[in-house]
Design a protein around this ligand. Structure first.
Ligand code: NAD
Length: 254
């Protein structure tokens, strides 16, 4: 039985990924900063007794990253898959950005995944394990109006590639997944916070960039979870150091 650690597991893609792994026979360690949402998610998952453990932690804090990896080991004695899905969105004109926005976004989206990996490496080495980091299309191409977020996700892509090279001799694979807009609470938050009072128009504006034109839609968290589940399987053994778009061609070019 593998042990799969998922950060940001209380919502959106993290929760969908947890569901997907649970449909196999993996042990799950769910991590989130939001204790209430995490408890709800765990209840929703209806995992058999002993198959699921919850850890409330803030990945922006390296001490929490150490603690959550330790909690996974205490739970099952092993660690096979690490999925860094915890993340936050920020946008707005760069000339109005605050240092707090920069620090918080980089700490959650980039420092967090690094320190989770840093503490997980010795344990993943024992299981020939793998790491999957949820980056973004905004980590592959620039995003006007979201420079801080893009910097954090671009950093996460190259962190993933660098770790893939470094950890290959240890038998650990590392990949980044780069989704387009995905229908999750994060998109609703973006639309509500930055949509100038018209969240539906905000969402239409996002979809206007897609090559599918009037057929465009957001990806679903289940679609992303399926890719993540595959990447963590033995079938994906040759895939490491990849930054895989799952984006309807949004980053394919003009
Ligand atoms: N939704 C999208 O359109 C989209 C697109 C591309 C990439 N992403 C990325 O995918 C990942 C998942 O996003 P989502 O859409 O599922 O978002 P979401 O907001 O639904 O879920 C994110 C989860 O991360 C948790 N979290 C936030 N800060 C944390 C912290 N410091 N420590 C621990 N947990 C924390 C939140 O409580 C939440 O449960 C994020 O990294 C996001 O940047 C999202």
């Amino acid at each position: 039985m593998r042990t799969v650690l998922i950060t940001g597991a209380a919502s959106g893609m993290g929760l969908a990924i947890a569901k997907r792994f649970l449909s196999g026979s993996d042990n799950l360690v769910l991590v989130d900063i939001n204790a209430q949402k995490l408890a709800q998610a765990a209840q929703e998952l209806q995992a058999p007794t002993g198959q699921l453990s919850e850890v409330v932690a803030d990945v922006s804090q390296p001490t929490d990253c150490a603690r959550l990896v330790q909690a996974a080991l205490s739970f099952s004695g092993r660690l096979d898959v690490v999925i860094n899905s915890a993340g936050i969105w920020v946008e707005g004109p760069s000339e109005q950005a605050s240092e707090e926005e920069w620090d918080r976004t980089l700490s959650v989206n980039l420092k967090g995944p690094f320190f989770v990996c840093r503490h997980a490496i010795p344990h993943l080495e024992k299981t020939n394990g793998c790491i999957i980091n949820i980056a973004s299309d905004a980590g592959l191409v620039g995003n006007a109006g979201a420079s801080i977020y893009s910097a954090s996700k671009g950093g996460l892509v190259l962190l993933s590639r660098s770790l893939a090279l470094e950890l290959a001799p240890k038998g650990i694979r590392v990949n980044a997944v780069c989704p387009c807009d995905v229908a999750t609470p994060m998109i609703d938050y973006q639309a509500a916070t930055y949509g100038n009072g018209d969240p539906e128009q905000y969402k239409r504006n996002l979809l206007a960039h897609y090559p599918q034109k009037h057929r465009a839609r957001f990806a679903t968290s289940d679609e992303v979870a399926e890719l993540v589940h595959y990447l963590a399987s033995d079938k994906a053994a040759p895939i490491t150091g990849a930054a895989l778009p799952i984006d309807f061609g949004l980053t394919a070019g003009y």
